[in-house]
Design a binder for this molecule. Sequence first.
Ligand code: CTP
Ligand code: MG
Length: 404
Amino acid sequence: MTLLPVPDIAIIVVAAGSGTRLEAGAPKALVGIDAHTILRHALDGVFAAAPAQVIVVAPPGYEGDALAELEAAAGDRRDLGRVVTGGATRQQSVAAGLATLWGDVKTVLVHDAARALTPPSQIDEVARSVTADDGVLPVLPVVDTLKKVADGAVVEAVDRSELAAAQTPQGFPRAGLEAAYAKALADGAEYTDDAALFAAAGYRVRHIPGSALAFKITTPDDLDRARHLLTAAGTVSSASQPVAAVRTGTPRIGVGTDVHAFGGEANLWLAGLEWPGEQPLSGHSDGDAVAHAIVDALLGAAGLGDIGEHFGTSHPEYAGAHADVFLARTRELLVEAGFAIGNVSVQFQGNRPKFSPRRAEAQSRLAEILGAPVSISATTTDGLGFPGRSEGIAVTAVAIVFPV
Ligand code: CTP
Ligand code: MG
């Protein structure tokens, strides 16, 4: 028998809600998206992330169903998982999970089972970003124009640039989260999410970019959206090994190019990865020319316009956003228009960064976000042109999509 090291991360998957708004006649987590339930998809994502203690908080009376889903998703990590019974509120359900943490756990992630299609990379990113003092919240920019309303009248506009939509998993240092839960219990206070509870106890919560795929299944429309995403593009929750797209119509091809100059202060972002110590590319977003060329290739293949139309400077909510936000939204646009992605091939011209050591990592990260294979190559230009003078990077991407 192989003894696995005891992880210092725990993920509490809260699945004990009744799903009133879904109106499916069963606890929401046990409702099927396709052949698999919401809980099973959520757990597939959790077990595709780095090893962690996994605590599933089940609806009272459904512990056996939750255990069966846990066993199916866990594979050889079965020993890392357990099921506990949830409470009347989400906060009580999380508290039930917290009570069963192993002694070695230092970082606790709390995740809604209802966010069934959350990419494993988002789970890993949250876990990596938690510090000894600060919690971490994945957020998406708010894209709708927002208004304050009362009594049938519009009272005032709300500045959306100050707002963000909260997702899960939310990550916390264990000691702080336990102290914050003890305080909430003592105060008799009830919070809708853990970041609010943690902040109310005086701790700081930082935010990182979330993913469009981490949306919460709340209403029947959300369930349809999840079904559509799975049928159109293969099983999202095992997207680290993308499933071939369902091919039902004539394929369409698209090309995208992007050029960015080196410039600015922070680290480079390229191909969905942060490159510490490498000079960044300048741009409206993070300057990730590889991601931008892919977006144009995909939009072009589907006849959906271009990156400027969907993500340009008239969309300030995307300022500073990373590849995962752009690509997940692009994938959604394609799915909504009835296309599945076949594959994407990208080449960039540039002297830096040296790409081959991180090629596999970049390819699998982008493939996971798009739910389709992505290959990336890099070349120098023999000293010719702006890439050759190390002034910037030029990228070409080609994508193939299929009507579904
Ligand atoms: N949750 C829980 N225990 C509760 C209430 C909610 O574990 N007493 C979990 C849900 O299972 C879900 C997550 O918290 O994964 C987010 O809650 P929500 O989407 O509101 O789910 P429900 O409460 O089940 O749905 P509704 O509010 O429509 O009844
Ligand atoms: Mg609820």
